[in-house]
Design a protein around this ligand. Structure first.
Ligand code: NAD
Length: 509
C-alpha cells in the first residue's frame, strides 16, 4: 500500500522554517553543506559548517565553562535540565516536525523521539540529587573510606542521523547534571533539529543563569568529529554511529588515554518458540523490523523461528508485510517512511543481491516505491528473506528494512545462531515457557546488552541503561547507573584517629 501524496520540497522547507521560527532559531544560511529531506530527497537550505578554528574555540569555551559548572551544586545543575525539559514539552510538535523532515520518521515515532528527550530530562533532574558515592568499611581503627564522584570535563557528543535528537539528550541531560559541559557534533544529515536543540538549551541556560558555554554545537562532517576525538581537553567522547566509525574513534581516543563511550551498529535477533503467543509475536516483530524503515540500531534483522511453527508463522508475517502502508511520513496512516538516502537504498539492494546469490529467497517486499513522485527519494517495501544459514551478509548490519528468517530445532541451536554475529546490541525471545525465557536471559543465553521477553528488540525506555556488547562498542547510556561514565570516582581515606596506622599491617618509622 502507498499512503497519500508526498508534500513538495517547498512545502517541507516552509514547514521547517516555520518550526525553527516558532522555536526561535535564527538559521545562519551558507554554502558549506545542505540540510536535506529524505521525504523528497531534495535540499532544503544551504548551511555554514564550523571551521577548525570555530571548533577549537567551542572546545576552549566549554572547557572554561566547566571550571565554574563543576562546582555548581548538582541540584542547581538539575534546574537547567528541568527548564530544558519544559521547553521541549512546549515545542514538542515543532521539534517532531524537524525530525520527520530531516530523518523521515513517521509522525508517531518522531513525537516519541521528543518524548524520550523529555523523559531523560525528568530522569536527569532526579539524578541531580542522587549522584551517590559509598562509605566503605575501613580495616583500620579511626578511619573512614569513601568513594566520591566528580565531574569529568568536556564531553564530546558525536551522533547519528537516525536518532538525531534523542541520543543528544541522553548524553547531554546526564552530562550536565554530572557537572560536565558538552560540545556536540551531530550528524551532517540532521543539522536543523540540532540547531533547534542547541537553541532551546541556550535559552534554558540564559533563563536559569547557567554559563552559555555549558553546551556548544559544531555543525559539519566527520572531520569536525575527528577534532573532538583527538583533542585532549575532551575528557569523554560519546560517539553513536556505525561500527566502522567506532573502530576509527575508539583507538584514537584511547591513544591519548581519553575515555570513550561507543554506541555502534546492531544485528538484532528474535527467537520465536513453539509456545509463543503468535499474535503478539507478529505485532512485535513487524514493528521491530519494519518500523523506522529498518533504520534503528535496535531494528530486528534476524528472526529465528522454531521449525514446527515456521510454515504458519512465515505465512502470517508475509501477509502483514504485504499490508504495510509506505509513503508520506506526515500521513497518520503511514507506517514506513523513506530511507535516509538513495545511497542507503543502493546498500540495501547490494545486500539483497548478495544474499540471493548465497541462496536466500525473497518472501515479501523489496520493490522501490514512489519513484515517479520523488525520484531523488528512497522509498522501499520492507523485505523478508528466507535463509538456511547465516552467511557473511546476514552477519553484517545493513541499515535498511531487511529481515532474514531462519529456523531452528532446539533452544541451544537457536541461542547459538542468535549469538553467532559480531554485534551484540538487542535481542528477544517470544515464548510462554518460563524455563526457555530464563535460559535466554541467563549467562548462557543472549550475549547482548539488551535482552527482552515477549517484546521486540527496539523501543527501549530511558530508565534502563542502553548499550551493546562486542562490535556494538560496550557503552551504556541513558538510565540506571550509566551516569557513572560521565564522572570520575575518587577513593578517599580519612584518618580521624591520632595514630598513623598503615594498611595491611605494614610498619614504618
Ligand atoms: P555514521 O557512522 O555514518 O555517522 C555517525 C556520526 O559519526 C556522524 O556524526 C558522523 O559525521 C560521525 N563520524 C563518522 N566517522 C567519523 C570519524 N572517523 N571520526 C569522528 N566522527 C565520525 O552513522 P549513521 O549512518 O549516521 O548512523 C547509522 C549507524 O549508527 C548504524 O550503524 C546504527 O546502528 C548506528 N547507531 C547506533 C546506536 C546505538 O545506540 N548503538 C544508535 C543510533 C545509531
Amino acid at each position: 500500500m502507498t499512503s497519500t501524496a508526498l508534500p513538495t520540497t517547498d512545502e517541507l522547507r516552509a514547514r521547517a522554517r516555520g518550526g525553527l521560527q516558532n522555536i526561535g532559531v535564527d538559521v545562519a544560511e551558507g554554502n558549506d553543506f545542505h540540510a536535506r529531506t529524505p521525504i523528497t530527497g531534495e535540499s532544503l537550505l544551504g548551511l555554514t559548517a564550523a571551521t577548525d578554528a570555530a571548533t577549537e574555540e567551542a572546545i576552549a569555551a566549554a572547557r572554561t565553562a566547566f571550571l565554574t559548572w563543576r562546582t555548581t551544586p548538582a541540584p542547581r545543575r538539575g534546574e537547567l535540565v528541568r527548564r530544558l525539559g519544559e521547553l521541549l514539552r512546549e515545542h514538542k510538535s515543532d521539534l517532531a516536525d524537524l525530525v520527520t523532515i530531516e530523518a523521515g520518521k513517521i509522525r508517531s515515532e518522531a513525537l516519541g523521539e521528543i518524548q524520550e528527550m523529555i523523559d531523560i530530562c525528568d530522569f536527569a533532574v532526579g539524578l541531580s540529587r542522587q549522584l551517590y558515592g559509598r562509605t566503605i568499611a575501613s580495616e583500620r581503627p579511626g578511619h573512614r573510606l569513601a568513594e566520591t564522584w566528580h565531574p569529568l570535563g568536556v564531553v564530546g557528543v558525536i551522533s547519528a542521523f537516525n536518532f538525531p535528537a534523542a541520543v543528544w539528550s541522553w548524553n547531554t541531560a546526564i552530562a550536565l547534571v554530572c557537572g560536565d559541559t558538552v560540545v556536540w557534533k551531530p550528524s551532517e544529515l540532521t543539522p536543523l533539529i540540532s540547531l533547534a536543540c542547541d537553541h532551546l538549551l541556550a535559552r534554558a541556560a540564559e533563563e536559569v543563569g547557567a554559563p552559555r558555554d555549558v553546551h556548544r554545537l559544531v555543525l559539519g562532517d566527520r572531520a569536525i568529529g575527528e577534532k573532538l576525538v583527538d583533542d585532549p581537553r575532551v575528557a569523554l567522547v560519546s560517539a553513536t554511529g556505525s561500527t566502522r566509525m567506532g573502530r576509527e574513534v575508539g583507538p584514537r581516543v584511547a591513544a591519548r588515554f581519553g575515555r570513550s563511550l561507543l554506541e555502534l551498529g546492531g544485528n538484532n535477533a528474535a527467537i520465536v518458540a513453539p509456545s509463543a503467543d503468535l499474535d503478539l509475536a507478529i505485532q512485535g516483530i513487524v514493528f521491530a523490523a519494519a518500523g523506522t524503515a529498518g533504520q534503528r540500531c535496535t531494528t530486528l534483522r534476524r528472526l529465528i523461528v522454531h521449525r514446527d511453527i515456521a510454515g504458519t508463522f512465515i505465512e502470517r508475517l508475509t501477509a502483514a508485510y504485504h499490508k504495510l502502508p509506505i509513503g508520506n511520513p506526515f500521513d497518520d496512516t503511514t507506517l514506513v517512511g523513506p530511507l535516509i538516502s538513495t545511497t542507503a537504498l543502493d546498500a540495501m539492494r547490494g545486500a539483497l543481491s548478495r544474499v540471493q546469490a548465497q541462496g536466500g529467497k525473497i518472501l515479501a517486499g523489496g520493490n522501490r516505491r514512489l519513484t515517479e513522485a520523488a525520484p531523488s527519494a528512497a522509498y522501499t517495501e520492507p523485505v523478508l528473506v528466507r535463509v538456511d544459514e547465516q552467511t557473511d551478509v546476514v552477519r553484517e548490519e545493513t541499515f535498511a528494512p531487511i529481515l532474514y528468517v531462519l529456523t531452528y530445532d532446539t533452544l541451544d541451536e537457536a541461542i547459538a545462531l542468535h549469538n553467532d554475529v559480531p554485534q551484540g546490541l538487542s535481542s528477544s525471545i517470544f515464548t510462554r515457557d518460563q524455563q526457555e525465557a530464563e535460559i535466554f536471559l541467563s549467562a548462557a543465553g543472549s550475549d547482548c546488552g539488551i535482552a527482552n521477553v515477549n517484546i521486540g528488540t527496539s523501543g527501549a525506555e530511558i530508565g534502563g541503561a542502553f548499550g551493546g556488547e562486542k562490535d556494538t562498542g560496550g557503552g551504556r547510556e541513558s538510565g540506571s547507573d550509566a551516569w557513572k561514565a560521565y564522572m570520575r570516582a575518587a577513593t578517599n581515606t580519612i584518618n580521624y584517629s591520632s595514630e598513623l596506622a598503615l594498611a595491611q599491617g605494614v610498619s614504618f618509622l
